[in-house]
Write a protein that binds this ligand. Structure first.
Ligand SMILES: [Zn+2]
Length: 222
C-alpha cells in the first residue's frame, strides 16, 4: 500500500505516520530524512543537495522531485511506502502524478488529517520544551507547585546557558503557528486538491485521542 499523508502542524500527523508505518509495514519517507540520506550517500544527487543546503538555499521542486523519484525506486520500499511532507505545493503534486506514471507506481490513498485552527493554536501554544533533556511536554504535565522544573530530568536551569530549563520554542508562539497554518491552507491544500482529482482521497478530523484518530484512519483504509 502506498500512502500520502498530509496535515497542518500540531495535528498529530507524526503519531499517525508511526502507527501506519508499524501497522502496515510501510517505509516512512519524509523529506528531511530523504535529504539527509542523499547527502550521506555522497551520490551525484546528494552532492547537489549538499551544495544547495550549504548555501542556505531551499531545495528546488526539480531537485526534490529527483530525490523522491530515486527514493521510490529503491528495493526497500517495494512493499509499500508512506510519503510524509511531500508534496507541499500544487506544482509538486502535479510533478508527483507524472513521475509516478513514469515509474509505474500509484497512490492507494491520500490522507489529510485536519483540525480547526483554534484547536491547533490551543494545542501548540500549550507546548513547552526542556532545554536540558529535550523533552517536549504540555504545560499541564508540569507540577503546578514547581512549574519551572522539568518533570522528566528535574532540571530547573540549563547548566550550559544558565537559562530556564522549561521554555516555549519560537515555533510554538501564536503568530508563528498562525503563519504556518496559513501556508498549509493555501499551499499544501492546493497540493491536496490536485491529488484528490487523481487518487482515492480522505480527510480525517484529527480531534480526539491518537487512538481514536487511528481508528478513523483504519476505517477509511479498510
Ligand atoms: Zn528535562
Amino acid at each position: 500500500m502506498n500512502l500520502v499523508l498530509m496535515g497542518p502542524p500540531g495535528v498529530g500527523k507524526g503519531t499517525q505516520a508511526r502507527y501506519l508505518v508499524e501497522g502496515r509495514r510501510l517505509v516512512h519517507i519524509s523529506t528531511g530524512d530523504m535529504l539527509r540520506a542523499a547527502v550521506a550517500s555522497g551520490s551525484e544527487l546528494g552532492q547537489k543537495v549538499e551544495a544547495v543546503l550549504a548555501a542556505g538555499e531551499l531545495v528546488s521542486d526539480d531537485l526534490m522531485m529527483d530525490l523522491v523519484k530515486d527514493r521510490l525506486q529503491q528495493p526497500d520500499v517495494a512493499g509499500g511506502w508512506l510519503l510524509d511532507g511531500f508534496p507541499r505545493t500544487g506544482a509538486q503534486a502535479e510533478g508527483l502524478i507524472g513521475m509516478l506514471e513514469e515509474i509505474g507506481q500509484t497512490v492507494d490513498a491520500v490522507l489529510v488529517i485536519t483540525a480547526p485552527d483554534e484547536e491547533i493554536v490551543r494545542r501548540l501554544t500549550q507546548r513547552v520544551t526542556c532545554r536540558v533533556c529535550g523533552k517536549i511536554m504540555n504545560r499541564k504535565d508540569l507540577d503546578p507547585a514547581r512549574p519551572g522544573v522539568c518533570p522528566a530530568c528535574g532540571a530547573e536551569t540549563d547548566p550550559v546557558t544558565g537559562k530556564a530549563a522549561i521554555y516555549q520554542r519560537d515555533d510554538d508562539t501564536e503568530a508563528t503557528i498562525r503563519r504556518r497554518l496559513q501556508v498549509f491552507a493555501t499551499e499544501t491544500m492546493a497540493a491536496a486538491r490536485v491529488l484528490q482529482g487523481r487518487f482515492p482521497y480522505h480527510e480525517i478530523v484529527g480531534t480526539g485521542t491518537p487512538d481514536e484518530v487511528a481508528r478513523k484512519v483504519a476505517d477509511v483504509l479498510g
